[in-house]
Structures are given as structure tokens and as C-alpha cells.
Design a protein around this ligand. Structure first.
Ligand SMILES: O=C(O)CCC(=O)C(=O)O
Ligand SMILES: [Fe+2]
Length: 348
């Protein structure tokens, strides 16, 4: 990525400010109470912290999360080696119309090109998903991972890390359920045939960081995201109280968690999926690794009955998660002239 192609330019109102506010306020939550067994009162305190963070920010960071540091370091090192290869080598595992996983460098967010390259892989092999986004097409297909030859440890490093992410995400969803006043296992069955995936993000240095974004403003469509960011920093979250973009300061060995659109719908807007974006800079390349925790493709996403009643009726019609994700994948891959699918399209 040498000179900056205007395809990367954000509209003036969405360009980043180079002087930024650092978010002191994003809650930092210590998960050690769930690692140590037992004491219910400690877990209760944790549940209320989660509730507050989800209500006020939609984002929080966790420490003492139980994910071994070596596993994170191993996947981070593999990502660096993979992206350092030539474009020719990386495109050996490039995504195409049929194989939607693997490497690609032309992702668009809201039809503006992102200043990044990515490598996607799923947790389940194969991951079952609708063959097309067309509502009447009932065919299901299996997504298969494309593993690079170099570095040779990529596959193992990715799969080991993925298992840790699934464990952490399950624990977090239990806490989210409890924080909504529901039994801890309320969400468990939705993830039996999960469509979760992990993305290795590489944001190269950018000669025009004031014009482009690593990832344009967006909300995550799934249930929950667990992000590992390196020490460069660049994630910005739209603060709920005033709509200001605030930077999330990197904390060593912490993970950044956000609730996605599905939790917003399940909770009937009790929790909101918050907009965020990634800034790039001209001095240091940046790496990040989001894990997107997604339910089975056949999940019909709708407000949970336990959380709705006559005074608080469902705010969304049920929609198919499989169709939602295939729609998104398609619009992020190619530039379309229409807005991509959003949960407000299902608002009642
Ligand atoms: O790299 C980051 O900090 C954010 C990435 C992100 O939001 C995404 O890939 O959905
Ligand atoms: Fe995101």
C-alpha cells in the first residue's frame, strides 16, 4: 500500500482527528472471581460491574481472564510473519467468491475501503452457513479454512488460541445473562453450531492517516467480540454519553470486550451495540485480533421472551442470523451502492 488511493478517503465528517481523547472511563474488569471457585458474593459484584459497563459503554476491558499469555504471543507472532510476506505469497490463500475465508486486502466498511489487510478463519470446520444471502434460497454450505504454508505453525497457533477464545466468550455470555437477570446458561444453546470466526488484522503505516481509517465506523453484527490489540493503539469507541470518539488505551495482556448487535436484540435494547473504528498512523504498523462470537446460522434472532412483556414489547422482528452474516460478508468484500444490512432494518 504505497500512495493513498482516493478509494480509502473517508467523507469529511468521518475523518479522524489526529489529536484525540483517551478513554479513561472504559471499565477495566478483573475476572479472577470466576477463575477462583465458589464465593457467590464476589461473582455478584462482578455481574453488576458487567451490567454497568454494558449499559454505560457497551465496551470494557478484562484482566485475569485465564487466557495463557503464551497462546496470545504465539498467534501474534504467526500473524506478523504471515503479513510480512509478499503479496504474491499471501494471495495464495486469498478469499474469493467461493472461499470466503483466508487473506484479503480489499475490505470495505460502509463502502469505503479500509486501510488494512486481514486473514479470517472459523472455529468449526466446516462452519455451516447459507449458500447465499437470498431469503428464499435454503441451501446450506460449509466454510472451510485456508491455511497458509508459511509460517508453518499458523494453523496450530490459530486453533489453540481459538479454543481459549471460545472458553472466555462462554464465560462472558454467562455473566451477560446474569447481568440481565437471567440464568447463567440462557444463551448456551445458541452457540452449539457456532459461526464464530477470528480475524488477524494488519494495519500498515499510512501516509495519510487523517483521510483514511483502518476500519471505518461500524457496529459488530454478532453476539460478542473479544479483541486483542497490540501496544500501538488505534481503537476508538463512540462514547454513549456525548457521541465523542474516544481512544481505548492499550493495556498489556488485557482483552477488549464489546457486545454486538445480537445482544442488543436479545436484550431488547437493554444493552446497545456501540459504534467503533480503528485509526491508522504514519509511524507504526498495528496488529489486532478480534474474535467474533456468533450463534448457529439457523438462529432466528429476536428479543428474549423473558425480557419482554406488555409494558416492554419486542422492539425487533425475528431475523435469520445466517442470512444476515452472508449479506454482510458479501457487501464487505465488494463495494456496493447500497447500505449493508443493519439491525434497525428489523425494528418494529
Ligand atoms: O482493530 C481494531 O482495533 C478494531 C477491529 C474491529 O473493530 C473489527 O474488526 O470489527
Ligand atoms: Fe468491530
Amino acid at each position: 500500500m504505497g500512495e493513498v488511493d482516493p478509494a480509502f478517503f473517508q467523507d469529511p465528517e468521518h475523518r479522524p482527528r489526529i489529536v484525540f481523547t483517551e478513554a479513561e472511563g472504559i471499565p477495566l474488569i478483573d475476572l479472577s472471581p470466576i477463575l477462583a471457585f465458589g464465593d457467590v458474593s464476589v461473582v455478584e459484584g462482578l455481574v453488576s460491574e458487567i451490567r454497568k459497563a454494558c449499559k454505560e459503554w457497551g465496551f470494557f476491558q478484562v484482566i485475569n481472564h485465564g487466557v495463557p499469555l503464551e497462546k496470545r504471543q504465539r498467534i501474534e507472532a504467526a500473524a506478523r510473519k504471515f503479513f510480512a510476506q509478499s503479496l504474491e505469497d499471501k494471495t495464495k490463500v486469498r478469499r474469493n467468491d467461493k472461499e470466503v475465508l483466508g487473506y484479503y486486502e480489499t475490505e470495505h466498511t460502509k463502502n469505503v475501503r479500509d486501510w488494512k489487510e486481514v486473514f479470517d478463519f472459523t472455529i468449526e470446520e466446516p462452519t455451516f452457513i447459507p449458500a447465499s444471502h437470498e431469503p428464499d434460497d435454503k441451501e446450506v454450505t460449509g466454510w472451510i479454512n485456508q491455511w497458509p504454508e508459511y509460517p508453518p505453525e499458523t494453523r496450530e497457533a490459530c486453533q489453540e488460541y481459538a479454543q481459549e477464545m471460545v472458553k472466555l466468550a462462554c464465560k462472558l455470555m454467562e455473566l451477560v445473562a446474569q447481568s440481565l437477570g437471567l440464568p447463567a446458561d440462557s444463551f448456551r444453546d445458541f452457540f452449539k453450531d457456532q459461526t464464530s470466526f477470528i480475524r488477524l488484522n494488519h494495519y500498515p503505516t499510512c501516509p495519510a492517516p487523517e483521510l483514511a481509517l483502518g476500519v471505518g465506523r461500524h457496529k459488530d453484527g454478532g453476539a460478542l467480540t473479544i479483541l486483542a490489540q497490540d501496544d500501538v493503539g488505534g481503537l476508538e469507541v463512540k462514547r454513549k454519553i456525548d457521541g465523542e470518539w474516544v481512544r481505548v488505551k492499550p493495556t498489556p495482556n488485557a482483552y477488549i470486550i464489546n457486545v454486538g448487535d445480537i445482544v442488543q436484540v436479545w436484550s431488547n435494547d437493554e444493552y446497545e451495540s456501540v459504534e467503533h473504528r480503528a485509526i491508522v498512523n504514519s509511524e507504526r504498523e498495528r496488529f489486532s485480533i478480534p474474535f467474533f462470537f456468533n450463534p448457529a446460522h439457523y438462529t432466528m434472532v429476536k428479543p428474549l421472551e423473558e425480557l419482554t412483556n406488555e409494558q416492554n414489547p419486542a422492539k425487533y422482528r425475528a431475523y435469520s442470523w445466517g442470512k444476515f452474516i452472508t449479506n454482510r460478508k458479501r457487501s464487505n468484500f465488494q463495494k456496493l451502492n447500497v447500505e449493508n444490512i443493519q439491525i434497525y432494518h428489523f425494528r418494529i
